[in-house]
Design a protein around this ligand. Structure first.
Ligand SMILES: Cc1ncc(COP(=O)(O)O)c(C=O)c1O
Length: 393
């Protein structure tokens, strides 16, 4: 007889692995070969962007490809290229304050491992991207949500944040800009959040994977060069260059000098235990980063065109609207809350053949939110939104 999985496997892996109703409905449609207008696609390599294939391949044809000289922080030349990237964002980051990882997700787990004992707490924004639960489980960290309020734009509810902090809080996560709300943490809020962390002796973790995709047209303030509290700024080429398959990301450490030095020394040991970033992508990293504007230009053109189309269609009716956003790759629609967001997403899929994400997927507490990806090809978005709005008319 097979052993009881609840006793055999670690408790941290006792996830509910059943598909949710929307995923089941999607799988059924796909198996039956029925059409789907997929408005949640966020994998840039599947959204019809043009990549300079030859130059990208050329970046990997490196004379040092066959040498293995591991550096737990990552190759210096790759870190130099990242420091140069920050300089262009008007943030001063020293190459010695950077540590490479294979992805932002791995960066989170390194930082959780650095900061938290089992059962310690990390404050996470809500609504936000549903990435943190699994990462936290894997590191035995307890997540505590702090709410973002929508009132003439998104803002941190500081009294809720204060109430959410406890003796066991070790860090506060900020997603800048947030996914899916697309709002940047304004300068005044940045200062307040850093002060909040410094005062309590906890760290700030800033997820800036979408930092570059601002609709304002000018660079947004990065957390990477602040010194007020120990800060771990995470990013990578997955979004910046539209290359999630390459697996190159980083942690930029900033803050009071002594804390920063200690954090880097310990992170180095964590990274040394895995040495997870491949030599080829580290060698190619500077070239890939130098090429990022080609993807960025295409992505911004599409995001702006999709937002224009969305707003144009929304202006012709009065039932649904869009929440304001400052950048990023998605938009949030407010729709009539006549049923749960999941039921609504299933109804849209089966009746209008449109796939949108229900708000609860991102922890929206109230029903009546749908999330649309802004990097899907323009014609698909236009048709998908037409059908979605027709569903409510
Ligand atoms: C806000 C946010 N952070 C991190 C990630 C993960 O990025 P990576 O591909 O670098 O692991 C994602 C992925 O979509 C994301 O949306």
């Amino acid at each position: 007889m097979a052993p009881d999985p609840r006793k055999f496997f670690a408790h941290r892996t006792s996830w509910n692995l059943e598909e949710n109703r929307l995923s089941r409905a999607l799988a059924e449609r796909r198996t039956a070969g029925k059409p789907i207008l997929d408005l949640v696609r966020s994998n840039p390599t599947e959204c019809g962007f043009t990549y300079e294939q030859q130059s990208i391949q050329g970046a990997f044809e490196h004379g040092e490809l066959l040498r293995y000289q591991p550096d737990p922080r990552g190759m210096r030349r790759a870190r130099q290229a990242i420091a140069a990237y920050y300089l262009q964002q008007q943030a001063r980051v020293d190459e010695d304050d950077l540590l490479l990882t294979s992805g932002t997700s791995e960066a989170y787990s390194f930082v959780f491992r650095l900061l938290c004992n089992p059962g310690d707490e990390v404050l996470i924004p809500s609504p936000s991207y549903p990435l943190f639960d699994f990462l936290a489980d894997l590191c035995d960290v307890k997540l505590v949500r702090y709410w973002l309020l929508y009132d003439h734009g998104w803002q941190v509810d500081f009294s809720a944040l204060t109430a959410a902090a406890s003796e066991r809080t070790r860090a506060l996560i900020v997603v800048h800009p947030n996914n899916p709300t697309g709002h940047y943490t304004c300068e005044a809020e940045q200062k307040r959040l850093l002060h909040f962390c410094a005062e309590r002796g906890i760290a700030l973790i800033a997820d800036e994977v979408f930092l570059d995709f601002s609709l304002s047209g000018s660079p947004e303030n990065s957390f990477a060069s602040g010194n007020d509290a120990l800060t771990f700024t995470l990013s990578g080429i997955s979004k910046i260059c539209g290359m999630p398959q390459m697996k190159l990301a980083w942690i930029a450490v900033s803050g009071p000098a002594e804390q920063k030095r200690d954090a880097l020394a310990r992170l180095e040991v964590i990274a040394d235990a895995y040495l997870s970033v491949g030599t080829p992508v580290q060698l190619a990293g500077p070239t890939l980063l130098a090429m990022r504007m080609s993807f960025h230009g295409q992505a911004m053109t599409r995001i702006r065109a999709n937002l224009r189309e969305l707003d144009e269609q929304l202006s012709r009716q009065s039932v649904c609207n869009r929440l304001s956003c400052g950048g990023g790759w998605s938009a949030v629609l407010r729709v009539p809350a006549t049923q749960s967001d999941e039921d609504l997403a299933i109804a849209l899929l089966t009746k209008a053949e449109v796939h949108l994400h229900p708000g609860h997927f991102y922890d929206f507490v109230q029903s009546g939110h749908l999330v649309v990806s802004l990097i899907v090809p323009e014609q698909e978005l236009a048709e998908g939104i037409r059908r979605t709005l027709a569903h409510f008319s």
